[in-house]
Design a binder for this molecule. Structure first.
Ligand code: ATP
Ligand code: MG
Length: 317
């Protein structure tokens, strides 16, 4: 019942785009696929869709090889958007659904429903090239799901959307997942992943770095982060003098501190109170995905020994 990606490798000449990447996505799951630019996300998605052939490895969905599944099993929101510039919005939605065998009248009804829902019903008869970028993207999303695929792969679906549209798309994600559809999306927006994805994979230079249920990945990362705010003291300069504590993201507002293993996070609170500070926020949390990502991906290549703080975090401190 699961989407199983197993040992995928792909080279483009000398470039190793994927190196034995494997992970699983459960049905009805919203899955975040993360990695730096050039990590291999688009390549992996195109292999799942059978647009591209892997050098080795397999993709199976419900126990069947993806290469043997009907096309309509999958929906795809490609990285380079592919609407026909001169075709009218509704016409092209009906056209795309038709490619997957959806009868015209049915496709039209479904398309109008989605256009309404995405607040672009007034654009139904406009040419795609007359639409703004964000609106084109919404149309492209509708095109990806109109045939009601079991698995939807979306390459950076949130990029360039305003907050209202982000929220419309988010609720569409949640509804599709609640109906048992499986959603895989790539993004560089970590807060989107934290808000939406029940499970993730992070790849870098074609290799899987970590993956699994989002909460587990965060817990596994170990070192807790303390979020602290003190009234009238946005700098929290005194924190740096505490043993095993480092200010990784200074305020204003809430600052974030990393805590070395063996140091009790509560000691920070005790130190603050001992100074007579008015603590307005104190929270012990697992590291955010952004921190985990920077820690894993931001490390210089071939740096097997010094697992020091990543450069980006250092310079911010
Ligand atoms: N058609 C191609 N020919 C040669 N090299 C390619 C081709 N497509 C991708 N690559 C290389 O394969 C690697 C993985 O690229 P891919 O597009 O899968 O990365 P990505 O994770 O999607 O990156 P981004 O976040 O920038 O979209 C990169 O080094 C890229 O340069
Ligand atoms: Mg890509």
């Amino acid at each position: 019942m699961t989407l199983v990606i197993d040992g995928l490798s792909k080279r483009y000449g000398q470039v190793v785009a994927l190196d034995r990447v494997g992970f699983r996505v459960e049905p009805g799951e919203i899955f975040g696929f993360l990695g730096a630019n050039g990590a291999g996300k688009t390549t992996a998605m195109r292999i799942v869709l059978d647009i591209l052939r892997a050098d080795s490895g397999t993709v199976t969905w419900r126990g069947r090889l993806s290469t043997e599944l009907p096309r309509r099993t999958f929906g795809y929101l490609p990285e380079e958007r592919g609407l026909y510039p001169r075709m009218r919005v509704l016409d092209q939605l009906v056209f795309f659904a038709g490619l997957y065998g959806v009868p015209g009248a049915e496709a039209r009804r479904a398309a109008l429903g989605w256009l309404e829902r995405f607040r672009v019903i007034d654009l139904a008869d406009r040419r795609a090239d007359e639409l703004s970028k964000g609106n084109q993207q919404k149309i492209q999303f509708i095109a990806a799901i109109l045939h009601d695929p079991e698995v939807v792969l979306m390459d950076e679906p949130f990029t360039g959307l305003d907050p209202v549209n982000v929220s419309l798309l988010r609720s569409a994600f949640l509804e599709l997942a609640a109906r048992g559809r499986t959603l895989i999306f790539s993004t560089h927006q970590m807060e989107m992943v934290e808000a939406l994805a029940g499970a993730i994979a992070i790849i870098d230079h074609g290799r899987l770095l970590t993956g699994g249920p989002t909460r587990e990945v965060r817990r596994r990362a170990g070192r807790p982060v303390v979020r602290l705010a003190v009234e009238g003291d946005p700098e929290l300069a005194w924190v740096s003098s505490l043993a095993g504590v480092r200010l990784i993201r200074p305020g204003p507002g809430i600052s974030e501190l990393s805590v070395e293993p063996g140091t009790d996070p509560q000691s920070i609170l005790r130190a603050a109170l001992a100074r007579g500070a008015v603590v307005t926020c104190f929270e012990i949390a697992d590291p955010s995905l952004e921190e985990i990502f920077i820690e894993l991906v931001g490390r210089p290549p071939d740096d097997g020994v010094s697992v020091g703080a990543p450069a980006a975090v250092e310079s911010a401190a």
